[in-house]
Write a protein that binds this ligand. Structure first.
Ligand code: F3S
Length: 388
């Protein structure tokens, strides 16, 4: 890789052992993937934040690092709400270790936000280079915003946060962002709920694998694109997709995809996923809710008392921006938690049937929570929770 004199100095240890070690990680990744150079990033999002995942060894490694992030950076969701963990039924010993992990990241200058929706916190614009870890956030940044990030591992995202740069390869290069598969959807219903796009993504991810699809026949809005991309990143390894006339690069480059393999998905294939089974619990917010989704939920729960546990997940920042709506939601008995989610928190493992409005949660709840997952619209999730 071609390094600037400043990068050479870091690599030679002139700025301390930690920065040297982290630069070595970045150069190692860049060399493996054939990067020619490093590129400055606007923000980072770091996975490997759950004590359950990184364990004692990971915690010790973090505690030995001595440096500060040089760009805005947040963590991925952890195993519990940092403040309301007791209410979630989290084991105190796990909580103690989890809080130590979070403090270690804080000492490194990582913001104490644990979220898979960093795009609600930081201004992220078309063409920005990023180093984000969480697959749904990576998909949203690349596809919906037109920013550029590979799917980083925890150490490489942390290294990028501290150095402020990432190796320029993969999706940082325009030539690697063209569609490779055409998914023709027949026929999008009128005003579909975001869950419909989650279910579409659940099917489309399996078909796409790690290819970049371009969709025709759909007109999703932002939260619907969020659900679509998150599901494709879960059932496949899709880090970037395009939607004809909707997503920024499809509008700018007007791709000719006539020569690509074409897959047809019928509305009936999507409808088959909505089975309407009665759950033990409802979980919403995968990816974490936007302010608009919180508002929608507050409207649906107005005047209702939930008969089954309802877990809603959002970033602390979004929760703090919508205090009245959150109070309204919680008056129904539903709970709005920050920093965590239905998949990474052990608190939902006690249920055997969980209803979700997300294609990604539909894919992950069975393996990560050991529960049967069913998908429904946001309204049918709330109706199921409020029905005796
Ligand atoms: Fe986010 Fe957890 Fe879903 S990290 S995308 S809410 S599995």
């Amino acid at each position: 890789m071609n390094l600037t004199p400043e990068e050479e100095a870091i690599l030679n240890g002139e700025e301390g052992e930690t920065r040297q070690q982290l630069m070595e990680i970045l150069i190692g990744v860049g060399t493996v993937f054939g990067a020619d150079e490093m590129v400055p990033i606007r923000s980072a999002q770091v996975s490997g934040a759950s004590y359950k995942t990184i364990g004692e060894w990971g915690l010790k490694w973090l505690q030995n690092l001595q440096a500060k992030a040089s760009v805005p950076a947040v963590l991925n969701p952890v195993g519990m709400d940092r403040i309301r963990w007791q209410e979630m039924g989290i084991d105190p010993e796990f909580a103690r270790k989890q809080l130590e992990v979070i403090s270690s990241y804080e000492a490194l200058g990582i913001r104490l936000e644990c979220t898979c929706t960093p795009y609600y916190l930081y201004i992220t614009e078309y063409g920005d280079h990023l180093a984000w870890s969480e697959s749904s956030a990576v998909s949203y940044a690349n596809s919906v915003i037109g920013a550029r990030t590979n799917r980083e591992g925890g150490p490489s995202a942390l290294a990028a946060a501290i150095i402020g740069k990432t190796p320029k390869y993969g999706l940082h290069l325009v030539e690697n962002r063209k569609p490779q598969l055409h998914i023709n959807v027949r026929s999008e219903p009128e005003n579909p709920d975001a869950s419909w796009y989650g279910a579409l993504g659940f099917l489309a991810g399996k078909i796409s694998g790690n290819r970049i699809p371009i969709f025709s026949g759909i007109r999703p809005a932002r939260d619907q694109l969020k659900n679509l991309g998150a599901a494709m990143a879960a059932t496949g390894a899709v880090a970037l997709y395009h939607v004809e006339d909707i997503t920024p690069e499809a509008r700018i480059f007007t791709y000719d995809y006539s020569g690509l393999e074409e897959i047809v998905i019928e509305a009936g294939d999507i409808a088959d996923l909505f089975t309407g089974e009665i759950p033990d619990a409802v979980a919403i917010g995968c990816p974490h809710c936007s302010p608009e989704e919180i508002e929608h939920l507050a409207g649906l729960l107005d005047g209702c008392t939930v008969k089954r546990p309802v877990y809603i997940f959002a970033s602390r920042d979004v929760i703090n921006r919508t205090p009245e709506l959150v109070r309204k939601i919680e008056r129904s008995g539903a709970r709005v938690y920050a920093d965590t989610c239905m998949v990474v928190s052990p608190s939902l493992e006690k249920y055997s049937r969980i209803m979700v409005n997300s294609g990604k949660a539909l894919a992950y709840v069975p393996t990560m929570c050991g529960a049967k997952a069913t998908i429904g619209t946001t309204k049918s999730c709330i109706d199921a929770a409020c029905t005796p």
